[in-house]
Ligand binder design. Structure first.
Ligand code: CA
Length: 224
């Protein structure tokens, strides 16, 4: 699960990103609104944790821009401000939840889980397709309880497909999830990863169908 943590207080950002990584989340840290905005325009995240008081931007402006782009990524606001107005306007702009600093880490973890469940139809941390299980929180795929060892890019492609199993996932969407700063994917890279994944998944009766012009669809054949 990829989380963008937007927080300019260095000590808090360090502590939070250490805790969140420890829980198995993949954390990208942004200390300014400009950096966060670039990250949000070039990568896909499963959750944004957002401080409202940033040095260059009001965090609410980031929420407003996100929603104006029709992004549905859940946003959890962290704020030291105790003015009711800030919280209300953050929620009105499309944030999903908020926490007032200081807060308990346990409470943060519970909120993250709740937002995740809300966004993924109650699947909690596992997405199951046939014998394949995606443990979202620990970012691993298992088959019959055994971890499937995958190179990170192949894992990224499979994760993108599993998170939207049964729906067509565009190449752009996959590329955005894989995007690593200052690194570009070769044109046919995703096709190569899909080809390798198909070989691995064949024995599980799970197919990755190419939907011409649209993308890929992961499905489990009904006969198993
Ligand atoms: Ca701040």
């Amino acid at each position: 699960m990829k989380i963008l943590l937007v927080e300019d207080d260095e000590a808090l950002a360090d502590g939070l990103s250490r805790s969140l990584s420890g829980w198995g989340f993949d954390i990208t840290l942004a200390a300014t609104g400009a950096y966060a905005d670039t990250a949000l325009r070039t990568q896909l995240f499963d959750l944004v944790i957002l401080d409202l008081g940033l040095p260059d931007t009001d965090g609410r402006e980031l929420v407003r821009m996100l929603r104006a782009r029709k992004s549905t990524v859940p946003v959890l606001i962290l704020t030291a401000r105790d003015g009711l107005d800030d919280r209300v306007s953050g929620l009105e702009l499309g944030a999903d939840d908020y926490m007032i600093k200081p807060f308990e880490l346990r409470e943060l973890e519970a909120r993250i889980k709740a937002l995740w469940r809300r966004g993924h139809g109650g699947f909690g941390h596992d997405i199951v397709v046939g014998r394949l299980v995606l443990d979202v929180r620990h970012r691993e795929v298992r088959v019959g309880g055994e971890r499937m060892m995958l190179p990170s890019r192949e894992y990224g492609v499979l994760e993108a497909l599993l998170l939207q199993a049964g729906q067509v996932v565009s190449k752009d969407h996959i590329a955005q999830r894989l995007a690593v700063r200052s690194e570009e994917l070769a044109d046919n890279a995703i096709e190569v990863y899909v080809h390798r994944l198909r070989k691995r998944l064949d024995a599980l009766s799970i197919r990755i169908r190419t939907v011409r012009g649209l993308g890929y669809l992961l499905e489990h054949s009904a006969d198993e």
